[in-house]
Design a protein around this ligand. Structure first.
Ligand SMILES: *Cc1c(COP(=O)(O)O)cnc(C)c1O
Length: 381
């Protein structure tokens, strides 16, 4: 690289940390001083602050986003053989927990523009065994929750929102009511993995719900199925957010909206640079959701993606493929019931998507360098 530009990363957690170092260091030191490593006051404070931020009655912290999904499904008493509908185009964790609990993952198609689960495909997949829908708010914007909730009410289904990539996104209903993604369905499940929009410095996750009874059950399941100390009416798991992570999250939650704004500025820069290029489709904005740009993902048209990625790498520009393989092509989730002909969009996306660096610390010099190089390769293709 010919300039003094900082090394480009998909996510720059180090520079972000430097801006909040004083606060974060003090918060971590405070937990160590108090030695309240598990279930310390930081966890309760974070929980209350996140409830307030999200406008939801209950936040139940846990150890990671995958656990959040698993605990939610356990708390809803889903049984062997119950069918759970989710998107074929998602991170594996969504389908993994369904299969792990011996429920049946029913994978369905996504919308080619917003990349989120297609409500028409959900309706088509419903059978008498269907018990739940798991919409994934992929890349940072909410699925079509209004339609999904209508379908769920009609068929009496639970809705478990996988909001691991979209914490903070706002969803607006047709009547103008605005709520945070993850607080619409039966339960929302999120992740605080370091690279997520609200990331801690290790693993973390949470569930959100407005249902008092369900909240109590989620807490019990997350704590060894224990209602009263040493009384276990349910089989549970051990899944906790530790106090040091909660302390970091309390600092970062205060910046979450500002982080989303920074990500949107990056997205706007990319959008403008790639506008009207027939070989690049920039990400569409969903009608009813704000976008918090966990990822900025292009769909290429007639461009050799592997070569583009290699070209960018030669210029010290990282790029990632989220996700290279439809779940129904993964050995663990393959099932003769899933036909390629039903997944043309998912298959097309898996072949043609590419995600560019997206984080809270990007400057215009870096963005100009990235976009010029992407265009240099694409326009030669
Ligand atoms: C990250 C992620 C998860 C899992 O979160 P972990 O904290 O890594 O367990 C689940 N679903 C989606 C869509 C994710 O992006």
């Amino acid at each position: 690289m010919e300039t003094t530009m900082k090394k480009i990363q998909m996510v720059d957690l180090k520079t972000q940390y430097e801006h909040i170092k004083t606060e974060v260091d003090a918060a971590i030191q405070n937990v160590i001083n108090n030695t309240t490593f598990i279930n310390g006051p930081e966890v309760k404070s974070f929980q209350a602050e996140l409830e307030k931020y999200l406008g939801v009655k209950h936040v139940i912290p846990c150890a990671n986003g995958t656990d959040a999904l698993q605990i939610a499904m356990m708390a809803l008493n889903l049984q062997l053989g119950d069918e759970v509908i989710t998107a074929n185009f998602t991170y594996v964790a969504t389908a993994e927990v369904i299969a792990l609990l011996k429920l049946t993952p029913v994978l369905v198609e996504v919308n080619p523009d917003t990349f989120t689960i297609d409500p028409a495909a959900i309706e088509k997949a419903i059978t008498p065994k269907t018990k739940a829908i798991v919409p994934v708010h992929l890349y940072g914007q909410c699925a079509d929750m209004e339609t999904i909730m209508k379908i769920a009410r009609k068929h009496n289904l639970f809705v478990i929102e996988d909001v691991a990539q979209a914490i903070g996104a706002d969803y607006t209903f047709a009547d103008g009511k605005k709520v945070k993604g993850g607080t619409i369905g039966t339960v929302g499940c999120t992740s605080f993995f370091p690279s997520k929009n609200l990331g801690c410095y290790g693993d973390g996750g949470a569930m959100y719900t407005n249902d008092d009874k369900l909240a109590a059950r989620l807490r019990i399941i997350a704590n060894h199925g224990q209602s009263v100390q040493y009384i276990h009416d349910d089989i549970g798991v051990n899944s906790r957010l530790d106090s040091i992570q909660a302390a970091v999250l309390r600092v970062k939650l205060k910046h979450l909206d500002e982080y989303a704004a920074a990500r949107n500025k990056v997205a706007d820069y990319y959008d403008k640079a790639f506008a009207n290029n027939p070989k690049i489709k920039t990400p569409a904005r969903a009608k009813n959701s704000t976008h918090v740009f966990h990822q900025y993902t292009l769909v290429l048209n007639g461009v050799d993606r592997t070569q583009l990625k290699e070209f960018l790498a030669s210029k010290d520009i990282p790029a990632m493929i989220y996700y290279p393989k439809p779940l129904h092509h993964q050995k663990a989730y393959a099932n003769s019931a899933f036909k390629d002909s039903d997944f043309q969009t998912t298959i097309h996306l898996c072949k043609n998507v590419i995600s560019l660096p997206m984080h809270t610390e990007m400057d215009n010099e870096t963005l100009s360098y990235i976009t010029e190089n992407v265009l240099k390769f694409v326009n030669k293709s």
